[in-house]
Write a protein that binds this ligand. Sequence first.
Ligand code: GLP
Length: 253
Amino acid sequence: MRIIITEDYKAMSTMAARLVAGQLYLKPKSVLGLATGSTPIGLYHNLIDIHRTIGLDFSEAISFNLDEYIGINRNDVHSYHYFMYENLFNSINIKPENVFIPNGCAADLEAECRHYDNLITSMGGIDLQILGIGNNAHIGFNEPDVKFEATTHKVKLDNETIAANSRFFSSVEAVPKYAISMGIRTIMLAKKIILLANGKNKAEAIYKTIYGGITPKAPASILQLHQDVVIIVDREAASLLPHDSTHNCILSV
Ligand code: GLP
């Protein structure tokens, strides 16, 4: 694992955008794994900037999103589909036919999950996966006690996740209870992974991810077994890391 501690959210987002841009520069046909939530918004806005200023080209890129709520229509403002178009896809030149997001309204959810994994495989696998992290160390919607061998599947959201995500809905009751999520195995098959976290409320999850034992109780801890993970965090999310790890790697960009 490489850990980059940045001064703040802005620096975290800039750093992540440069790594994604570098990936696309070297391999325009990259398969990107993308995440939702408030954390990657700064990264996406930076990518839009790089696209506009120096023409970062997404015309050959392919993207797969990590997850989607079950029962929410793709045009609903609460869907992750809507989020991705609003925060990134509408402002870059990615082709709609190269954008893949699980369909949370599929009649046969099991078939949808199998289809999603097969599509990823048929595109050659994910080159670069972006991850945020939940307060309980979930990645995608892989909640504590996840099965590490799971591929894309239907998940029941933890009450903690429902409470955390209720800020995007009118009430806690309005938050869906289920989602489709890439499984841990799907995520671990990505060639490179960048995990982003900012803010004090992510500090414990980041500590467990890097220094805790590898356990399904902290799903992100499995990343310790991945060969190419970069964790980019701001000072607050890094605040529980041992002093040594915060000493030499504070970068301002
Ligand atoms: C959701 C998403 C995750 C995301 C997490 C953290 O539950 N499924 O992919 O990482 O929330 O969200 P935020 O970045 O808003 O803290």
